[in-house]
Design a protein around this ligand. Sequence first.
Ligand SMILES: *Cc1c(COP(=O)(O)O)cnc(C)c1O
Length: 388
Amino acid sequence: MKFETAAIRLQTERSQHREHSTPIFPTSSFVFDDAEQMRSLFADEQEGNIYSRFTNPNCSELEQKMAALEGVDDALSTSSGMAAIFASMMGLLRSGDHLLATKAIFGATFTVITQWLPRWGITCDFLDTDTANWQEHVRPNTKMLFIETPSNPGLDIIDLEAAGQFAKRNHLIFNVDNCFATPYLQQPARFGADLITHSSTKFLDGQGRVLGGIVAGRADLLVDIKKFCRSTGPSLSPFNAWLLSKSLETLAVRLDRHCDNALALAKYLSAHDEVQMVRYPFLDTHPAAAIARKQMKNGGGLVTFEVKGGLEQGRRFLDALQMLSLSANLGDTRSIATHPASTTHAKMTADDRKAAGISDGLIRISAGLEHIDDIIEDIDNALKISRV
Ligand SMILES: *Cc1c(COP(=O)(O)O)cnc(C)c1O
C-alpha cells in the first residue's frame, strides 16, 4: 500500500456490527474465555489484549499504522511526546551509559537529558548541527545518538545520511525525533534510524485536540521499551488513540496545505522590510536547503523569523496579531505564533539557547490551514503596527 492508502486502510478488524469506521474501545481490561487462555496470554504464549495499560485495539491500530508509515517493524503509542522520548531512553539505557544528542532539541527533551538522566548515572554530551566533528565526542560507553531534524524551534537541518553512517560506524542506537516532518515528509529509517519518536500532539493530530506520543522502530529495541512502558504506565487512552488514528487518514492532504502555506509565508517574510532573518527548510537562503531537499519531501509547516527591532519589536508584533493564536502548540489547523526564548525554551540558559540557534527576538510561526491570504494579512498588519 502507498502512504496515503495505508494511513486510511490499516484498520482494526471489524466487529459483528460491520461498522465502516473503527469504533472506540473504552475498556480498562479484556475478558478471557477460560483459565488456560488467561494463563497463556499472561505468559506471552499467544497475542491478545489483557489490560489497556499493555495494549488496546485503538492503540494497536495507531501503532500498526505509524510503523507502516515510518517503514519500520513496530511501534508503541504513549500518552505524550515526552513520554515517548523518555521511554525510548529509559527502556534501553542503563547507569554508566553515555548519550550523544544534538544541541538544537526540544526544551523538555533537553531538560530530561541534562537534569533527570544524570540522576540514574546516564551522561550526555551535545553535538553541533554539522556532523563533521561528531566523532571526537564518542566514548567507549556511548550507546545512543538522539537528534531532531528539523529542530524545534530553530529549524536546523541535520544530514540524516551522515548521522546514520556515524551511528552505524560507532554501533550507536540512532534515535530521531521526527515530529516536525512527520513520516509523510521524511522517513528517518531510510537513513538508518533505529528508533523514531513523535509528539503526536502536533501534526499527527493536526487539530490541537490531544496529547500523544509514538516510538516506532526496530522490533528488537521495542521489546524493552514496551516492557518499560507496561510497568511504568504512560499509556495512551483509547479515545486519544482513536482520534489520532482518524487524523492520520488526512495527514497527507493536511501536510500538503501546511507546506504550501508555510512556503508562501516564508517568501512573503523574506521580502519584508521589517524582517531581518527568515528560516524555512525549502527556502534557498536556509544554510542546509540542499540537505533538506535530499531527505525531505517538502519543507514542513513551520517558519521562523526575526524582526529588525529584536525582542521589543517581537513582543509588540505578537501583541498586534488579531487572528493568529498565541499558543504553545504547533501543527494545528489554526496558525500559531510563539516566542521560544520566553516560553518553551525559557528553562535553558541564554548560552544554551544561543547554541541551539534561539535568539531573543526569534518568532516561530506554525502555518495553519486557514486561507494563506488571511494569514499573511494578519502578519502584515502586525508588522506595520509593531514598527518602531
Ligand atoms: C512538542 C514536542 C515534543 C514533546 O511532545 P509532547 O506531546 O508535548 O509531550 C517533543 N519534541 C518536539 C520536537 C516537539 O515539538
